[in-house]
Design a protein around this ligand. Sequence first.
Ligand SMILES: Nc1ncnc2c1ncn2[C@@H]1O[C@H](COP(=O)(O)OP(=O)(O)O)[C@@H](O)[C@H]1O
Ligand SMILES: [Mg+2]
Length: 279
Amino acid sequence: MSENIVSLKNVSYSYTDYDGAETRVLKNINLSIKKGEYVVILGHNGSGKSTLCKLLNRIIIPSDGDVVCFGINTRDESKELELRKNVQMVFQNPDNQLVEAIVEEDVAFGPSNLGIKNPELRNIVDKSLEDVEMSKYALKAPHELSGGQKQRIAIAGVLAIKPKLIIFDEATAMLDPIGRKEILGEIDYLNKKKGITVVNVTHHMKEATLASRVIVLDDGEIKLDGSPREVFSNLEKITSFGLDVPQSLELYFNLKSRGFKFSNDTKVPLNPQEFLELI
Ligand SMILES: Nc1ncnc2c1ncn2[C@@H]1O[C@H](COP(=O)(O)OP(=O)(O)O)[C@@H](O)[C@H]1O
Ligand SMILES: [Mg+2]
């Protein structure tokens, strides 16, 4: 059994507006994430996904309940730096995350702020650029790069801090299909080859099928939590939360409802390959 690195106990969160009125956007969340998991979070706009992510690295602290990451309760301000070294975020728009005029300086930003100096700094920057296969762009300006390349630099900047958990909050949403594929490959590599725990917030059902675990948020509550196959088997629930299911699964349920008999109907298919195996 691997250890819990994130645990939320009875966590609620309310935003307070200008006249003091509170809106509760997360309600009594109980959640643990284990080392090495690849968790996808689904939910329609406004369901509370980003709020949940921000609780994990102390961008916000809970209104009620406790968030403990890597043994640090996020209420403990004195541990903020240590927490942020462990938990890093990649956001939707890489332009907001890239701060320097040259790629390698951007990647050096995080570690140099942590006091790391050459030659160690140089090594970390080179290794981080290698990890995202962007070494040959080290001396370019970020604006010369494609969306997917910029997002990879943002990821390199995060890797340079050597976090144990990376949260991607709709990090592929602004990318074209090629850029999205690059980033998904990168996420997979970080999880499988480097052992980094991943939380990926996305609207793409196909991305959800790549995860080890899928969590569905609706109206500030966790409604479904399980393997992709477990979660996507609940077709009616998923659609009632305003979400799609992967295309292969949609076709599968569609054909079944029309009386089609699959000769090898052993499991719901998450991708075209699995669909073909049922026929
Ligand atoms: N800074 C804020 N102030 C007030 N309300 C907010 C703020 N950020 C988000 N909200 C509200 O909280 C709810 C959840 O938002 P969010 O966590 O961003 O959802 P998601 O990421 O799933 O789209 C939404 O109703 C949103 O309007
Ligand atoms: Mg969001």
